[in-house]
Design a protein around this ligand. Structure first.
Ligand code: DMJ
Length: 454
């Protein structure tokens, strides 16, 4: 090899290795391996208690050791949401039992009004991802059946989806919704189209995303709530928090997963406004608050557990420097009481809503930053977060949300996303990179990895 070329080849090889091993992880990283094993053990503590006290139901109530079904009958929320985590952690016997429960017991032929958004991100996303991992066609059939039953939500004058649909009759309810619920559907519906060869799912979900985007203000911001029948905003408060958050996430991810240039263009037309009007500098720290979508005027200086997804999205879209700064702020929120509150005022650093629902967003962003920067700081950050999570949320029978991050009083609640997302992102942060090839998947907003197999 000529001398001039050798260093260049070496540079590319080094960069490739750097990219693959993000966060300096490797098979040889003993400490990270131990942490991954601890995460797996703690996940099993949550899972075994679900199996013991709530098997076949939507969720476990970890303090009363009882089961909870969202709609009075089970749609197997926890099993479907957790299956790909079981697979990734190589909990083979548990994964097999769960898959068998799902294919024999899950039926969507039910006279209940299901929430389209939650069912799409947890069940449709979970079924599709587990189908891609296992090749079990019965999971794809269940996903297609569910997709068919959800389709009536789009039968509004605007094409924006109603909030609820009766899974048996197709009747819809709930005309007042928000951008997260109208715009967080295309990864799942689009994947369903690609895997079944039926474009209808992609088209309906994409129209809902576009119709949301089209209603942005002249500043480029969207509001917090919208009527699907009139297409008018019913709240013009704009932010990146719950109710809007994953709308932005899907604008970018639908470009990545499907190569849909409309999605990239919508993202490019939106993100500058988010960075201009919602970003806020306080004490030389970066935060994202609220502003009115029409005037851009600051309406609120709150940030919280749900907003903490944004550093991950910024990193994924290439803005690592903002991502790092915002992650520092999220971590500051976490450390204020040793666990993050749902909402706080970043100007006064006072807690506004003090609960903690086992949310994954801060862990998700730590994982993305770990991948994109290879900075060991993020594994250390993850280790601290995990230690606190175990310390305060571990209960005798599973993991429990907190009613209040100051008193650390536990709540009788273990949402399925704790198993689908929070534990999965902790695990992936510490596990060897070959556990899941980061660049080969796009995570839906419920942490279900989707592969572009088409
Ligand atoms: C999850 O259902 C999803 O991550 C959603 O995008 C936001 N809320 C929860 C987790 O906090």
């Amino acid at each position: 090899m000529p001398d001039r070329i050798a260093p260049i080849v070496f540079l590319f090889a080094a960069l490739a290795a750097f990219g693959t091993h993000g966060c300096s992880k490797s098979r040889q990283d003993q400490h990270a391996q131990e942490l991954a094993a601890r995460v797996r053990t703690e996940f099993l503590h949550a899972w075994n208690n679900y199996e013991r006290y709530a098997w076949g139901h939507d969720a476990l109530r970890p303090l009363s050791k009882t089961a909870r079904d969202w709609y009075g009958q089970s749609l197997l929320m926890t099993p479907v949401d957790a299956l790909d985590t079981l697979i990734l952690m190589h909990l083979d016997a548990e994964a097999e039992r769960t898959r068998s429960l799902i294919v024999s017991n899950l039926s969507f032929d039910r006279d209940i009004y299901a929430k389209n958004f939650e069912v799409t991100i947890r069940l449709l996303g979970g079924l599709l991802s587990s189908y891609q991992f296992t090749g079990d066609k019965r999971l794809l059939s269940l996903a297609e059946d569910l997709g068919n039953r959800l389709l009536p939500v789009f039968n509004s004058p605007t094409g924006l989806p109603y909030v609820y649909v009766n899974l048996r009759t197709g009747q819809t309810r709930g005309p007042v919704t928000n951008p997260a619920e109208t715009g967080t559907l295309l990864l799942e519906f689009g994947t369903l189209s690609k895997l079944t060869g039926r474009p209808v799912f992609y088209e309906k979900a994409k129209r809902a995303l576009v119709e949301t985007f089209k209603r942005r203000s002249s500043l480029g911001l969207v509001g917090e709530s919208i009527n699907v029948e009139t297409g008018a905003w019913t709240s013009t408060d704009s932010h990146i928090s719950g109710g809007i958050d994953s709308y932005y996430e899907y604008l970018w991810k639908c470009w990545l997963l499907f190569g849909d240039t409309d999605c990239r263009e919508m993202w490019e037309a939106s993100i500058p406004a988010v960075n201009k009007y919602l970003a806020d500098e306080v004490r030389r720290e970066l935060w994202y608050g609220h502003a009115d979508m029409q005037t851009g005027k600051r309406t609120n200086t709150t940030y919280g557990a749900l907003d903490a997804f944004f550093p991950g999205l910024l990193a994924l879209s290439g803005d690592v420097s903002r991502a790092r700064r915002l992650q520092t702020s999220s971590f500051k929120v976490w450390n204020l009481h040793g666990i993050e509150p749902e909402t706080l005022d970043y100007k006064t650093m006072r807690v506004v809503a003090g609960s903690y629902h086992l949310r994954p967003e801060i862990v998700e962003s730590t994982y993305y930053l770990c991948h994109y920067t290879s900075d060991p700081e993020y594994q250390r950050m993850g280790e601290k977060i995990f230690g606190d999570f175990v310390k305060y949320c571990r209960a005798e029978a599973g993991y429990a949300a907190l009613a209040d991050v100051v008193t650390k009083q536990q709540l009788d609640e273990m949402e399925s996303f704790a198993l689908a997302e929070t534990f999965k992102y902790f695990y992936l942060l510490f596990a060897p990179p070959e556990t899941l090839q980061f660049d080969k998947v796009i995570f839906n907003t419920e942490a279900h990895p989707l592969k572009r197999t088409w």
